[in-house]
Design a protein around this ligand. Sequence first.
Ligand code: BGC
Ligand code: ZN
Length: 378
Amino acid sequence: MLAIGMYKGKPGAHKLDLPKPEITKPDDVLIKVKQAGVDGTDFNMIKHNLQDPAEGQDKIVMGHEMVGVVEAVGNDVKTIAVGDTVVLTVRRGCGICQPCLHNQSDMCMTGLYTERGIHKKDGFFTEYIVDQEQYAIKVPNDVADMAVFTEPLSIAEKGVEQIRLIQSRMPWACEHPNHSFDSQDWGKCKTALVVGAGPLGILATALLRLADVFTYVVDIVQEDSPKVHLVKHMGANYIDGRGKSAKELVDFCCTPTDNLDIVFEASGAAVTAVELINYMSRSSIYVMTGIPRQEIRTELDAAQLVRQIVRNNQVVVGSVNSNRSHFEMALKHIPQIEKRFSGMLKEMITHRFGLADHDRIFDLSDTSRLKTVIDITG
Ligand code: BGC
Ligand code: ZN
């Protein structure tokens, strides 16, 4: 069976030939992978030569976004049947802390979790996968086509969930009580700035626009980029951030409510990410989801930063990974996104490869690349 992985201490993506996995536990499911998605973490693993195989292993299969069809199930499996389309979550809990013991390994408190395709567990760039029933989520028929977006959308879902949970401290965010962060119409009367129009920034924008948040998206590409087309297709505004300071970016966003209620960082551009904190509005929230890799130093006025955050009741929160509930939210929102912004998910897929293309998949020289999908046939 073909797979794409990395060897410990060896740069680049390699073609692997592995035995087909088998069901060994009564709650196991055997899944034939149909599609896998490639994202920034995969590109960073290659670019920064990061491999974290399981203890005692010399290689790790990459990939943490997938959709597949169940080929066999163990004797105790109840919620999933042969022929079902399923997606798998990424993180496997530490088995020690309370969040992990309660299906919230995305909030693991020991750091002893593993992640399929990233930390100490083989991933999804392969033909067959075995995992436990509890990590598989059944995909409704009308979503199967676009279900490869479930994992990346689940990351955006968690970010938006954090915003709504934390900002429910502000029931009077505007004059309409039914526009509070915990109500159905939570996005009305709100302005957001999304930093980065990569797949995560675009998917976060989709969720914000579904909720009618007035949204600006900043990136460093020119107006004719496919990213900008998607931003506009969702009724969001594009800011070309090239040559603009953090202050100039925020000066753009303060209409129509004169308050920037939400900043959603999805670029991992660390210096801009930190500088933007200086321009947060009062009582607002800033969620960071991008993960910068190299060391980047910058100077800042620490006293001013602390004073401002305190005096303005500001929240800066990090959000990583996602749990089953976020996958379920994503599966609910995919058809809504498809309906409201017709064709946008399909348009996001700019590059398609097969498992045999391991040496082309991670070549980022084409700047028009947005979402890369690996079609797994055979
Ligand atoms: C994945 C998350 C994971 C994170 C850090 C992201 O690309 O989507 O599931 O937790 O990387 O490893
Ligand atoms: Zn844990």
